[in-house]
Design a protein around this ligand. Structure first.
Ligand SMILES: Cc1ncc(C[n+]2csc(CCOP(=O)(O)OP(=O)(O)O)c2C)c(N)n1
Length: 628
């Protein structure tokens, strides 16, 4: 096994191209096997095996700075930089991160896994070099996918790099896909046309004609240049890059290490920003990934290597909140032709695929462009549509300003359907959805729902669409949804009292209702009877809930978002406000939620238990606080 001999990029130096091909195969097998055991980003990493090897042979990491946009395709980089042995703990608690991690390796510089940032980092590093000449020997290399090139920040970064003329090598890793096919014509026209046999034939013919025509002074030279420029304009994207001041080379075959090395060496000598356009195949070398039409196994859970995952990546998990949303949206869309759904490059994982199949043209994929998605939704609402923005909690955070001012300030009835709220688990700190309630409840005319069951979600989507005076939001987690009976579902903007007691009032937000009920059971065994409320609507809070809570000596609120500025703290403030001047004793309100810090990867339930946000943790806190 060649792979066993590779513990740092320097070990790649003496290998022949035949050996590098063998190494590529071994790395692929290793990654497939590792991901099959724990889940992770598969297709993206299989696509960049040769590219990563070539990068590590041409550039001298960590002296040279290798930057990976989004970071989900850094597994090969991790394998080559001495972390192969740690793949047993990939994405597990205390194990190897699924993204670059500065704590893990000096080869990792940037660990944010939100897309489209890398050209801004590159511009930042290049700017620092200008001011600190002792760092100027480091070459800056930024790898960005065609999907991530659809995000606004990528354009902002490349615009600045081009304008400033700063030295950086930008690798455009073009596999034609985000999760789904990429929503952009930027590389589509180039790559497909340039590799098209008709173009290749035409170019050869033109070159022959030019070569065979006798030289007639400067006229031919001019004509030739004109013809070449014409060809370039027709078939290449340098117009785009070069207008911005960025040199373009490519496209190159992303699975040919020798060719890639030549291209990278040439690019590394260019004194300014340069794009190396590399064509790769997502899922390359693993048939179940290559054959997954939906996502090329972009990411996957555990699976059997021989057969691959049984479900296509875009399939919605049975009994999940995502499935409840998917069903409810189709039901509403049937009745309301003005309902459209918007996704930022994630139609499968947000549950929109069945909708897009049932209502062709009514799902709009805007690319990895959350800010644009939200403002575009405001425009659609102004134009008379009822846009439903289906988005992960962590990615919506990017578009807070748009939600607040473009939607909120304009009183537009956009419905935000927020998936992966709360702890998401294996993807770590950047992917937990702990800010949505803190932020969205500060939008003045926002109505926000948090379902505690599969059945609630459908009711809430219906009720959200009834509200036409401003934005609404529904937020739910990735963990399985509770299934409840018809009489355990609320309605409208009302909270629901699910249990009556006198000693303490527990308020469990969304999925945390189950934890509150578990705590109530434990307390009952100790003779402490608790009232439990499901607030359902976290903004505005139901006055009946506030009035009832105000009668208890102790109120404990539980949420899976930041406690600071979250629902419990708002409930506490509103109780004080409502009771001001009433002359009665106010309850102690204990707000249980997520502390304001970055919380690493671990299973959601394990994180909640560590934080005391499960039944036993809540019960213990109640016992501690109750007066004897
Ligand atoms: C801001 C943001 N939105 C959405 C995502 C989810 N996401 C992770 S990877 C990915 C697709 C990236 O496509 P591309 O850059 O082409 O890389 P590929 O996986 O195709 O190699 C998306 C949408 C994200 N990481 N960040």
């Amino acid at each position: 096994m060649l792979l066993e001999k590779i513990s740092s990029p320097a070990d790649l130096a003496g290998l022949s191209y035949a050996q590098l091909d063998q190494l590529s195969r071994e790395i692929r097998d290793f990654i497939i096997e590792s991901v099959s055991r724990v889940g992770g980003h598969l297709g993206s990493n299989l696509g960049v095996v040769e590219l990563t090897i070539a990068l590590h042979r041409v550039f001298d990491s960590p002296t040279d700075i290798l930057l990976w946009d989004t970071g989900h395709l850094a597994y090969v980089h991790k394998v080559l930089t001495g972390r192969r042995d740690q793949f047993v703990g990939l994405r597990q608690e205390n194990g190897l991160s699924g993204y670059p991690s500065r704590a893990e390796s000096e080869h990792d510089w940037v660990e944010n896994s939100h897309a489209s940032t890398i050209l801004s980092y590159a511009h930042g590093f290049a700017t620092a070099q200008e001011h600190l000449p002792e760092t100027a020997h480091r070459r800056i290399v930024a790898v960005i996918g065609d999907g991530s090139m659809t995000g606004g920040m990528a354009y902002e970064g490349i615009n600045n790099l081009g304008h400033s003329g700063k030295r950086a090598v930008i690798i455009l890793n073009d596999n034609g896909r985000s999760y789904a096919p990429t929503v952009s014509r930027l590389t589509e026209s180039v790559a497909r046309l340039r590799l098209h046999p008709a173009y290749l034939k035409q170019r050869t013919r033109l070159e022959r004609v030019v070569r065979d025509v006798p030289m007639v002074g400067g006229h031919l030279a001019w004509g030739m240049a004109g013809a070449r420029a014409g060809m370039r304009e027709m078939f290449e994207p340098p117009i785009f890059f070069e207008t911005l001041g960025v040199r373009y080379t490519g496209p190159f075959d992303g699975h040919d290490i020798e060719g890639l090395e030549r291209a990278l060496k040439n690019a590394s000598e260019y004194d300014g920003p340069i794009v190396v356009h590399v064509l790769t195949k997502k899922g390359y070398g693993y048939p179940p990934a290559e054959e997954d039409e939906e996502q090329r196994l972009h990411d996957s859970g555990t699976f059997d290597v021989a057969t691959g995952p049984t479900l296509g990546g875009g399939t919605t998990r049975q009994g999940s909140y995502t499935e409840a949303f998917s069903e409810a949206l189709m039901k509403e869309a049937e009745l309301r032709p003005e309902v459209v759904a918007i996704t930022a490059a994630m139609p499968g994982s947000t549950g929109l695929l069945p909708f897009s199949q049932r209502f062709p043209g009514r799902m709009i994929d805007v690319g990895i462009a959350e800010q644009h998605a939200v403002t575009a939704a405001a425009g659609m609402a102004m134009g008379g549509l009822r846009p439903v923005v289906a988005i992960y909690s962590t990615f919506l955070t990017r578009a807070f300003d748009q939600a607040n001012l473009d939607v909120g300030l304009h009183d537009q009835p956009v419905v935000f359907c927020i998936d992966r709220a709360g702890f998401t688990g294996d993807n770590g700190a950047s992917h937990h959805g702990v800010l949505d309630m803190v932020l969205l409840t500060k939008i003045p005319n926002m109505t926000m729902f948090a379902p505690s069951s599969y059945q609630e979600l459908g009711v809430m989507l219906h009720d959200a669409l009834e509200i036409t005076t401003g934005p609404t939001a529904i937020r739910w987690p990735n963990t399985p949804a509770r299934m409840v009976l018809e009489d355990e579902v609320g309605h409208g903007l009302h909270a629901r009292k699910v249990r009556s007691g006198t000693a303490v009032c527990l308020v469990g937000v969304g999925k945390m209702l189950a934890a509150a009920e578990a705590a109530a059971d434990l307390l009952a065994a100790d003779g402490i009877d608790a009232t439990v409320w499901d607030p359902r609507v976290v903004k505005p809070l139901d006055p009946d809930l506030l009035d009832d809570a105000a009668t208890f000596p102790l109120v404990v609120t539980i949420e899976d978002g930041y406690a600071d500025g979250g629902i419990g703290s708002q409930l506490a403030a509103q109780i004080v406000e409502r009771s001001a001047g009433a002359g009665r004793a106010l309850p102690v309100v204990r707000v249980l939620g997520v502390p304001t810090r970055y919380i690493p990867q671990a299973k959601p339930d394990a994180i909640l238990a560590h934080l005391g946000l499960d039944g036993p943790g809540i019960a213990a806190e109640v016992r501690r606080l109750l007066p004897d």
